[in-house]
Write a protein that binds this ligand. Structure first.
Ligand SMILES: [Zn+2]
Length: 282
């Protein structure tokens, strides 16, 4: 247990360093592109929106498999339809070598009322490979124990990551533009001070920025990531619901959450309670 908490602390420190160095917050092993950049375009509310798929021909076949996998669950279909049927929102989806085994969500567009009306999801060309760290990605990571023939397939892994990105869109959709803008604007200021004051997080200037942003850059980033993961969890648990290893997947996610994401456990427990039978809760 002690080893685990040390690893969590060092992971936090490493992440923090990455955040400070790059000026943006990003997980080191999943999102290649920043979550705090390029997010501030104000546009007219579209009237002919929906989901726009811009898939390069060479990636079309693999994309079709990931999408089919996503649409094989009620949860995935509901998430998809929510954006496909929304004429006042444009969700662009692409597959790119800019992301490798990860994905990214950005290019957020807002209307003049501060409502989110557009976003882009970029899926990595190798989305169906690789398991992100359990510290910030307790759900996607859980698949690593079950990614063997006859259990969780690479396409399900890809669809779970796809659903993590939908979670980012959902969360931003529920965020006011001003809050989002304030966070994105002040995070570089916070990092600049942190770099110059010997990493003193008790610095009065930093505490004031935390008050304005509603958390430290790490907390804001963690919160966004764990919403992505909670969304991924709803998909994954439904996808494996009828298998004989279902409870083992629930337990693995639970272990990752309790070990690394204790503060955020409620959102995961809520999904577990709604998706798993009482037999799994022993
Ligand atoms: Zn994420």
């Amino acid at each position: 247990m002690e080893i685990l908490s040390i690893s969590r602390v060092s992971f936090l420190l490493i992440s923090m360093l990455i955040i400070v160095i790059s000026g943006i917050a990003k997980p080191s092993d999943y999102h290649q592109s920043g979550l705090f950049t390029d997010n501030d375009r104000v546009v007219k509310t579209p009237t002919d929106g929906g989901i726009v798929e811009k898939i390069p021909a060479k990636y079309q076949e693999r994309y079709n498999k990931w999408k089919t996998e996503l649409l094989s669950t009620d949860f995935g279909r509901a998430q998809w339809d929510k954006y496909a049927n929304n004429k006042n929102f444009i969700l662009e989806i692409t597959v790119s070598d800019k992301e490798n085994q990860g994905a990214g969500t950005g290019n957020y567009q807002w209307n003049e009322q501060g409502e989110l009306v557009g976003a882009s999801i970029t899926l990595g060309l190798k989305l169906d490979k690789g398991f992100p760290s359990p510290v910030y990605f307790p759900v996607m990571n859980s698949i690593s124990d079950f990614n063997i023939p006859g259990e969780i397939s690479n396409d399900t892994l890809a669809a779970t990551k796809f659903m993590h990105e939908f979670g980012h869109v959902n969360m931003t959709y529920n965020t006011n533009h001003l809050t989002f803008q304030t966070q994105n604007k002040l995070i570089p200021d916070y990092n600049k001070i942190l770099l110059s004051n010997g990493y003193n997080t008790k610095d009065q200037r930093l505490l004031e920025l935390v008050g304005k942003m509603g958390g430290t850059p790490v907390e804001i980033w963690e919160n966004r990531e764990y919403w992505g993961e909670a969304n991924a969890m709803s998909y994954l648990l439904e996808r494996v619901q009828k298998t004989d290893y279902f409870c083992s997947v629930v337990k693995k996610i639970n272990y990752n959450v309790v070990t690394f994401a204790e503060t955020y456990k409620d959102r995961f427990f809520e999904v577990a309670n709604s998706k798993s039978p009482s037999a799994c809760r022993k």
